[in-house]
Ligand binder design. Structure first.
Ligand code: NAD
Ligand code: TYD
Length: 336
């Protein structure tokens, strides 16, 4: 049995990771440590909550005493650190919690992992640490870190700290840097679920700036299978970029969603641009493909339709969210 601590497992990517692993294997015992911030939702884990190889603990990764207790009690040998404040717009409105969770919290996990001599520490990072691209080129693992938002700077700090623990103490760290994910259970503040839900509710779709910023989209299961592979086979001290080579401008995605739902483009509303808005992200994932044999399984065309249909079908999931915190937050931003 591999005892693995998954942090942030009640969020979008972490919950998909846990559900996917528990569905297909029985050699992992997963302890999910999640603070249940506005983005954490135990409804995401309904299919896993009664699994004998799973337990949930509500708590903060920055709580050293609790993290020590968990490592000791569950004899943790592997860590996958998904826990983070993850939304760029929120980091622009208030950056402090981003550094507390993403930097200090990661530091607590690294220190504890060292103390308990774990076998592998997977830091889930993002392509946003590389900054922004012009019209040409791709991010490779050797692209210099040049983060532009408080969010991406906190993730870059965590990456550097994780690598410092590898170089200084020999802690077995690996890092994945993935591009923009889409799929079920994504909190409806991020582009795709926000646009789907606003379309379904006949609300305006706020497009930042000229709508021509480009993101490189990957289905969440493809990201998680890459993470699982890196956890098992990734070389310690290495970084692996993860992406599905699927660049799209924001306006293209929004129009695709409207077409799929049979809604009018009149819902589109251009709004003031995001401060410091990165223009383009695009990932070169040659390394993980050639060294570890990973490749994405889902085509964008199929997986985006499957994703949109999931939000149509699972209305109860997002209605619960938008009736609470979500609405209060966005009321201030004139989005709803
Ligand atoms: P999310 O915001 O949906 O989920 C984050 C989870 O972390 C939530 O369940 C939240 O409750 C939990 N959390 C926050 N602070 C915590 C703390 N102090 N202690 C314990 N738990 C805490 O985020 P996501 O989109 O699932 O992203 C997960 C990870 O993947 C993040 O590290 C993010 O940087 C990275 N990432 C995300 C994307 C993307 O497109 N969403 C792309 C690449 C990398
Ligand atoms: P987002 O989902 O916040 O991811 P990230 O900023 O981490 O890439 O945004 C994706 C893109 O969509 C980004 O260029 C900003 C843009 N965007 C909008 O145009 N309108 C919106 O309401 C949101 C949330 C994002």
């Amino acid at each position: 049995m591999k005892n693995i601590l998954v942090t942030g497992g009640a969020g979008f990517i972490g919950s998909n990771f846990i559900n996917n692993i528990l569905e297909k294997r029985d050699d992992y015992f997963i302890v999910n440590l999640d603070k249940l911030t506005y983005a954490g939702n135990l409804d995401n884990l309904r299919q896993s909550e009664n699994n004998k190889n799973y337990t949930f603990i509500k708590g903060d990764i920055a709580n050293s005493e609790l993290v020590n207790f968990i490592f000791e009690k569950y004899k943790i040998k592997y860590v996958v650190n998904f826990a983070a404040e993850s939304h760029v717009d929120r980091s622009i409105s208030g950056s402090q919690i981003f550094y507390t969770t993403n930097v200090i919290g990661t530091n607590v996990l690294l220190e504890t992992a060292m103390k308990f001599k774990i076998e592998k520490f997977l830091q889930i990072s993002t392509d946003e640490v590389y900054g922004s691209l012009g019209a040409e080129g791709l991010f490779t693992e050797s692209t210099p870190l040049s983060p532009n938002s408080p969010y991406s700077s906190s993730k870059a700090a965590a990456d550097m700290m994780a690598m410092a623990f590898y170089h200084t103490y020999g802690l077995p760290v690996v890092i994945t840097r993935c591009s923009n994910n889409y799929g079920p259970y994504q909190f409806p503040e991020k582009l795709i679920p926000l646009m789907v839900i606003n379309s379904l509710s006949n609300k305006k779709l706020p497009v930042y700036g000229d709508g021509l910023n480009v993101r490189d989209w990957i289905y969440v299961i493809d990201h998680n299978e890459a993470a699982e592979l890196v956890l098992e086979k990734g070389k310690i001290g290495e970084v692996y970029n993860v992406g599905a080579s699927n660049e799209m401008s924001n306006i293209e995605i929004i129009k695709l969603i409207l077409r799929h739902l049979g809604k009018s483009e009149d819902l589109i509303q251009y709004v003031k641009d995001r401060l410091g808005h990165d223009r383009r992200y695009a990932i070169d994932s040659t390394k993980i493909q050639s060294e570890l044999g990973w490749k994405p399984k889902y085509s964008f065309e199929q997986a985006i339709e499957k994703t949109i249909d999931w939000y149509v079908k699972d209305k109860v999931w997002w209605e619960k969210i938008i009736s609470g915190e979500y609405l209060k937050y966005y009321a201030n931003q004139y989005k709803m």
